[in-house]
Design a protein around this ligand. Sequence first.
Ligand code: DQA
Length: 144
Amino acid sequence: KKIVVLQGVNLNMFGKRDPEIYGTVTLDEINSRLQETGADLNMNIETFQTNSEGEMVERIHKGFTDKVDGVIINAGAWTHYSYAIRDALDILEVPFVEVHLSNIHARDAFRHKSVFADIAQGQISGFGIESYTLGLKALQPLMK
Ligand code: DQA
């Protein structure tokens, strides 16, 4: 199975930004853990990070064209306001899981709303690096 893990704006700074909220785990560490878990689950994992909204939209389109089997997305702050990313995700015909390191519902009011939670298969928020591995495990039984 082909899974793409999409990492949005500012997530390349994990490990350096707000360690009291996000811990010290880096994006490289998240990605290598995803590769390990993916291998265990018989999934082929591709990871992608960008700080450009347009690039993220185009990568989602590519997921559609390439017929990936599932998508994990941590869109960072775009989660809370990007209708462009929502519309792109809505084009996908495969399940996607929204993940966050922190519990977005326990933070600033503006983070409580995700503009794509209602079209996601589900949301996993607050488990640190495990939010990603839980996302992969959640996707597995959903894929044809
Ligand atoms: C985040 C939560 C968002 O509110 C924030 O803007 C991020 C990271 C998380 O993984 O906890 O950039 O998506």
